[in-house]
Design a protein around this ligand. Sequence first.
Ligand code: LLP
Length: 439
Amino acid sequence: MSVNQLLKPITTVRNNELTIGGCNLVELAKKYGTPLYVIDEKSLREICNDYKKAFKDYKNIKMMYASKALCSLATSKILSDEGFGFDTVSAGEIYTVYKAGADMNKVVFNGNNKTAREIELALDLNVGRFSVDNFYEAELLNKIASEKNTKVDILLRITPGIECHTHEYIQTGQIDSKFGFDLSQTDEIIELIKTTYTNLNIKGLHAHIGSQIFEVQSFYDEIDILIKELARIKTQHKIILTELNIGGGLGVKYTNSDNPPAVEDLANAITKALKTSLEKYDIEEPTIFIEPGRSIVSTSGVTLYTVGSSKQVPNGRKYVAIDGGMADNPRPSMYQAIYSAEIANNTDGRELETVTIAGRFCESGDILIEDITLPKLNIGDILCIYNTGAYNYSMASNYNRTEKPAMVLVNNSQSDMIVSRESLDDLIARENIPNRLKK
Ligand code: LLP
């Protein structure tokens, strides 16, 4: 089974206590403290292999991991070693993958409002492709490229007009979207590039329809629209675009009722959709870029928490609080995301009870899991929440002035800290009291 269809990292073992990558989670919690992000290297490499195997018959494929899901030096190094390029959306992501040793030619710079400083950095570090999102960016990029006396390879980000079935905050391809050119605007931007923005070299189109997608049909629809547009551009502008970036979006299994397609199903759907549309519109096979984020890193990650206080509402819910919450995982409060969890320590002989796992932050909405049935929780238990590799650390904040957790990489019974826990001094490190306030 492909890793994105699993609830837990592939190396998870329960023998009284939970072990991942050969590392006992209770011991990890003791050694590094909690909350703690744990990444299973084997699962991460396995999903990379799932992708490589699934697309092996499609030779013109470029796999660009979407860094926004999880970006750190160590994870970027692993993904780069596995042959992935990177979809990046900020100077921070570009700088991180560069420092991790990525081949910068295999980096795409996306985003709907890239700043001049970010564009300059991307050009100086030889980022391979810019996905140009709007008229302003085309003008700005062309200006900076001409000042640097260089020509930039670009894709045009377009809005294909597809509503996929996912949370509305993570749909991106619908007509009313802040991202990309509407299809009715592509002629105008191509004319401008041909006549005025001559430092831009247009190579292809880019779209991304949304995230946590369970229906491969959405990709058929997207590919048909994109290939039709390539054919139309060829006829209308006499330009042959040779690249198509179809974005990311494959869903993962957060709970037993989630049924995401396997990576192989995604690859088959993409390959079939391409074949059909290429024949239908009679154009040559473009190079395809895919940008999976969540499906690459989600399952390999878990978060460990320590159980603290609890509250039984008379005739109501029982809340059990842990030492983290919306600052290390904002997804339940932002998208009503549902997670599954287990107690990592030995719970033999305990009765089951249904509780709500509450975060420690000062918001009623800071609930990590509503109504989960687990062995009766005790103070000091270590709770392991599954599938937190994507969009947890990358979206973490210091809300309530708390320190961001550490992250460890586990493999072959070895654990290595890849992000250290923030300290109280880190929280004030960049702050200053103006002299005039000092008596
Ligand atoms: N490419 C583009 C242009 C994107 O905007 C995204 C995600 C991806 C690729 C990767 O999509 P994925 O394979 O991870 O689904 N914070 C939200 C998810 C936001 C996704 C934004 N764009 C969450 O926690 O669910």
